[in-house]
Design a protein around this ligand. Structure first.
Ligand code: LLP
Length: 479
């Protein structure tokens, strides 16, 4: 990734915001003013709402940059210690806008894209082709050609069919395509089964385990197929084991499998690939009690493990790369909503009338967005933290559920949170740590328009992606 921008002064710790900051799961620029209003990087919640409306995704630019630097700094230091290098690619699927891609590039990260659309955003941002990777288990010819034309640094191939297709397309353009082969190591990790992508019974990658007839594994077969195509340059092996991983031992286990595969390929073909990508998946705090993964100890452990494995195998160390998405942008973002209706609902505990447990009251607090701007609670049962951010309240906290405005009872924004008992229509409410997979997975369900992405830095806010309008939706409808 030679074209990336080099930046001085990397630091390896995640930003905390220091004294006065609300702390995790909020971004480091979030603090409560003496009058009770919450501010982000010096801009009050009230001003943000007045200027940009609600709902709005609010991104703390300095926090994003600090997290990008922390990951890069921690991994560079740890891998330098063992005598090799590492490149950090920001996984754009978490949130990609032109400005966000620029921030990542300015902090010395490459950009990992998962479709032609994400590739186009990275290119529009001016990210050098050499610093871009293109993923996808079912890339179209158009996407592959766009990547080749942009001179992307790596196309991560995902099947035998695709290896032949990328080879043919490269031949048609008269170029050599730089590829990595995505393999599944059998190691899977992460907070939810749907986001664990290294199960053998899933669509991604090629397994290192031989099929029922024995013989060569699909992964080894694919690597050999790449070696056999002169239009393809085999850069390395790629493994992504899952997402929202809080136990880093999975990275070490996967690295061991990949390094063994690399040694096997070298033994069979004489080709020792130069790079191993360990994917993304670094977990973050969503709730005040959660412990985020700190990059420095993880990087140290992974580096030590790969050094030990390479020395056991007697193979020189490859260069490494990683692809964090959520860990860079997740905590940097919050969603600002306005409270509408508030309704106490009496809940009978499970077991109904026969249960000894007393019925209790849950306060349903409806906001002006919902599952269209954050599908994660409905899709994964994901938990979030929310606070009233426009004022201070000394009312006793009550058990609340924050819900959206969609026609669906599963339209839940925060399953369970304590909110001030006097929470009422007009209050501003913010949900923390929505920077990753919020806007990028947003929909227009019920013809709701997607909220803007607003960046805040040094006391100023600016729109990165404007709010969608109903006119935007109608413009697509051909009548
Ligand atoms: N690299 C590859 C090849 C990936 O497939 C992914 C995520 C990443 C990197 C970035 O992972 P991260 O560091 O952000 O965990 N929609 C789900 C997450 C799906 C992740 C898919 N792949 C969610 O909202 O939790």
């Amino acid at each position: 990734m030679s074209a990336r921008v080099d930046v001085d002064g990397t630091t390896a710790a995640l930003p905390t915001g220091g004294p006065g900051a609300l702390g995790a799961p909020w971004s480091s620029g979030v603090r409560r003013r003496p009058d009770g209003e919450v501010e982000v990087a010096g801009v009050g919640a009230g001003d943000l709402a007045a200027e940009h409306g609600t709902p709005a995704y609010v991104l703390d630019e300095a926090d994003f940059r600090a997290r990008a630097r922390a990951y890069r700094g921690a991994f560079e230091a740890a891998f330098e210690q063992i005598g090799t290098g590492v490149d950090v690619y920001y996984a754009g699927k978490a949130l990609l806008t032109v400005a966000v891609a620029r921030w990542a590039t300015q902090e010395g990260l490459g950009v990992d894209t998962a479709s032609g659309g994400e590739l186009a955003v990275a290119l529009r941002a001016g990210v050098p082709g050499a610093a871009i990777g293109l993923h996808g288990n079912n890339k179209s010819d158009g996407e592959v050609l766009a990547a080749l034309d942009a001179g992307v640094g790596r196309i991560i191939v995902d099947s035998l069919v695709e290896i032949e297709r990328v080879g043919d397309l490269a031949a048609s353009r008269g170029v050599v395509a730089p590829v990595m082969v995505r393999v599944t190591t059998g190691v899977h990790a992460g907070g939810h089964e749907y986001i664990s992508t290294a199960h053998e019974d899933q669509k991604f990658g090629l397994s290192v385990t031989p099929g029922p007839d024995g013989g060569t594994s699909p992964a080894l077969g694919a690597l050999e197929a790449v070696v056999a195509r002169p239009e393809l340059e085999l850069l390395g092996i790629h493994s992504h084991i899952g997402s929202q991983i809080l136990d880093p031992s999975g990275f070490e286990a996967a690295a061991r499998v990949v390094l063994q595969l690399r040694a096997d390929l070298a033994e069979r073909t004489g080709v020792l690939v130069e790079e191993v990508d360990l994917g993304g998946g670094y977990g973050i705090a969503y709730l005040p009690a959660d412990e985020a993964l700190e990059p420095a100890p993880v990087a140290r452990d992974v580096a030590a493990a790969v050094a030990a494995v390479c020395s056991e195998l007697g193979t020189p160390l490859p260069r490494f790369s990683i692809e964090p998405g959520r860990a860079v942008v997740g905590p940097a973002g919050m969603t600002l909503y306005t409270v509408g209706t508030v309704k106490p609902v009496t809940v009978s505990p499970a077991g109904g009338g026969s249960s000894d447990a007393e019925p209790f009251t849950r306060l349903y607090v409806s906001v002006d967005g919902g599952m269209s701007d954050n599908i994660r609670p409905a899709l994964y049962g994901a938990d979030y933290h929310a606070e009233v951010v426009g004022r201070l309240s000394d009312a006793a906290p009550v058990l609340a559920r924050v819900v959206g405005k969609h026609c669906e009872s599963g339209d839940i924004v925060v399953h369970e949170v304590l909110l001030p008992g006097d929470v009422r229509a007009g209050d501003l409410l913010a949900v923390a740590a929505t920077g990753a997979y919020g806007r990028s997975m947003a929909s227009n369900y019920n013809a709701l328009t997607r909220p803007p992405v607003v960046a805040v830095a040094e006391g100023d806010s600016r729109v990165l992606v404007r709010r969608e309008t109903v006119e935007d939706l109608l413009a697509l409808d051909q009548g």
